[in-house]
Ligand binder design. Structure first.
Ligand code: G4P
Length: 532
């Protein structure tokens, strides 16, 4: 099976995370240009032109002109087959954004050099840390006035709690940006005037040594030359040594400075990244780790996209292939469903186009037609197997609302609709702790999901709802089994709820309350992630 192993070895599957506007789309676009998957910059998200070519399935997306779905893009570069998972941002930030990270083997974190570490990056970073996947940092927009690079590294280390190892070092920023010093090669890559970003900016490489002093000073000027000399001394003393195994364990992040828009430092980053990151990693299951190179196919569902065709209420289940090879039309074991299924209409994204795949390998992401049988976290494996992958955690919603149907006669449709939407993972549903199903409390990660819920219940289930927002923003799953929730000493802003399986949870309005409750109740254990 040389073929299988060659194919899998060349796969690199990663997610790009950032706070909106840091330059995630611009960077992705430049990657795709290098992979020749697109011809022109501006085609991934021509903001003002063909805005939502990639995903215009849901009416709500069209109406609001935003993308609710996350997409996967595959391209080839330098002998690698690369899958980029885009994590939706802005208002369409949702649990899907987090779940996408469960399908990746590493993450690229884009940081705006003038803003530093921002809120959404912190949230996504936490999920990467939970999974111990390698994280690569691209500090973007060096062609604009930037924060001091040492301060940026300090911030990453202090706010995110990961050690940093700069692979290159910026020389100035904004109008006086002169390029970067490549630490491993002892070379300065020069930045001259910005081109329009379609091609990489014109650069030259000057070795950093005595003999080239004149040329170096001519390029960057005396002040920047002195500053760089000083910076490099400081760096050698202060920054962590590069260590590949620490990078691969997610303990050390290699840092690159560049400018996605002007296409400076992007290809260099891509090349280093591809070398430092790994091919598809094994995944935990109830029979131990599943090796990606194992010839038998296996995959898990990490995202369900509903409503591709309203008339049929059909869905697409996105799965990450975890071992072996997938072939179109293949019959597999759907473990949680307890039956064999044929994976029909398998699709893959290639830049903007959706096309039918004939074959795919461990590391790849495919979307298959789902007649309503799959749930998030489900395992699919070859017909001889019957194991289950470790489930996907439930991520903490940050917005809550009490929801009820306007027309009491429509209770049945309401319950059915809200349960189906919850099964797709777009919302989480809870109940009051001591009462029945009368009142439903809905929790969402991004507020847009409330609108999606309202819209879908009306359009697909013909149920009008009333939504009353609740003041809570923090949720904790109760981990300790032997704690009686009726007995615990809470805070005034705390609310007890339960999930549909009866598991207890706590809601809080204030960020500091969970710790107070922990202090007041020895033995109580709380978690920010839930297990299905
Ligand atoms: P996002 O996906 O992370 O939300 O960010 P996106 O790539 O859309 O970039 C946000 C804005 O920042 C865009 O400008 C983009 O052109 C700009 N940008 C990205 N990388 C760089 C960079 O390296 N240098 C500079 N100077 N700007 C950069 P916009 O005006 O909001 O959008 P557009 O109209 O240019 O598309």
């Amino acid at each position: 099976m040389a073929d299988l192993s060659t194919e899998i070895k060349k796969r690199r599957t990663f997610a790009i995370i950032s706070h909106p506007d840091a330059g995630k789309t611009t960077l992705t676009e430049k990657f795709l240009l290098y992979g020749k998957a697109i011809n022109l910059a501006g085609s991934v998200k021509g903001k003002k032109t063909a805005k939502h070519a990639v995903s215009d399935w849901m009416e709500i997306e069209k109406e609001r002109g935003i993308s609710v779905t996350s997409s996967v893009m595959q391209f080839n570069y330098g002998g690698y087959c690369i899958n980029i998972l885009d994590t939706p941002g802005h208002q369409d930030f949702s649990e899907d954004t987090y779940r996408t990270l469960m399908a990746a083997d590493s993450a690229v974190m884009v940081i705006d050099a003038s803003k530093g570490v921002e809120k959404q990056t912190i949230k996504l970073f936490k999920v990467c840390v939970m999974r111990h996947i390698p994280i690569f940092t691209f500090i973007n927009k060096m062609d604009r006035e930037a924060n001091d690079p040492f301060d940026l590294l300090d911030e990453i280390e202090n706010v995110l709690g990961i050690r940093t190892c700069p692979i290159n070092w910026p020389i100035g920023s904004g109008k006086s940006f002169k390029g970067v010093y490549e630490r491993q090669e002892n070379v300065v890559t020069t930045f001259k005037a910005a081109m329009n970003g379609q091609k990489e900016v014109e650069t030259s490489r000057i070795e950093w040594n005595e003999a080239n002093n004149k040329e170096l000073v001519e390029h960057m000027g005396n002040d920047l030359y002195d500053k760089l000399t000083e910076d490099l001394e400081l760096l050698d003393g202060a920054s962590a040594e590069f260590n590949l195994s620490e990078v691969q364990a997610g303990d050390l992040t290699p840092v690159f400075f560049g400018s996605a828009l002007t296409n400076f430092g992007v290809e260099n980053f891509l090349q280093h990244f591809l070398k430092m990151t790994t091919s598809p990693l094994p995944r935990k299951s109830n029979i131990g780790e599943i090796d990606p190179f194992r010839p038998d196919f296996s995959a898990f569902v990490f995202k369900i996209q509903a409503n591709m065709n309203k008339a049929h209420r059909d869905r697409i289940a996105f799965m990450r292939i975890t071992s072996g090879k997938f072939e179109a039309g293949m019959e597999v074991n759907h473990v949680q469903g307890g039956r064999k299924v044929k994976l029909s209409q398998p699709q893959q994204m290639m830049a903007q186009e959706r096309h039918i795949v004939e074959e795919a390998y461990a590391g790849d992401i495919i979307g298959v037609f789902d007649p309503g049988i799959f749930s998030i976290g489900d395992t699919l494996c070859s017909s001889n197997d019957k194991f289950e992958f470790e489930g996907i955690p439930t991520f903490a919603p940050e917005h809550f609302a009490r929801v009820r149907q306007v027309d009491t006669m429509k209770r049945k449709q309401f319950v059915k609709g809200i349960n189906q939407i919850a099964q797709e993972g777009a919302i989480q549903i809870f109940q009051e702790f001591n009462t029945g199903m009368e009142e439903i409390i809905v929790g969402v990660v991004g507020v847009l999901q409330f609108e999606v819920l309202q819209y879908r219940l009306e359009n697909e289930y013909n149920v009008e709802i009333k939504l009353e927002r609740l003041p809570y923003e923090h949720i904790r799953w109760v981990v300790s089994k032997d704690i009686d929730l009726n007995q615990i000493s809470g805070t005034s802003d705390m609310k007890k709820i339960k999930d549909l399986k009866g598991n207890p949870l706590l809601l809080f309005a204030n960020a500091w309350s969970p710790n107070m409750v922990l202090e007041r109740n020895p033995g109580l254990e709380l978690s920010e992630f839930g297990r299905n």
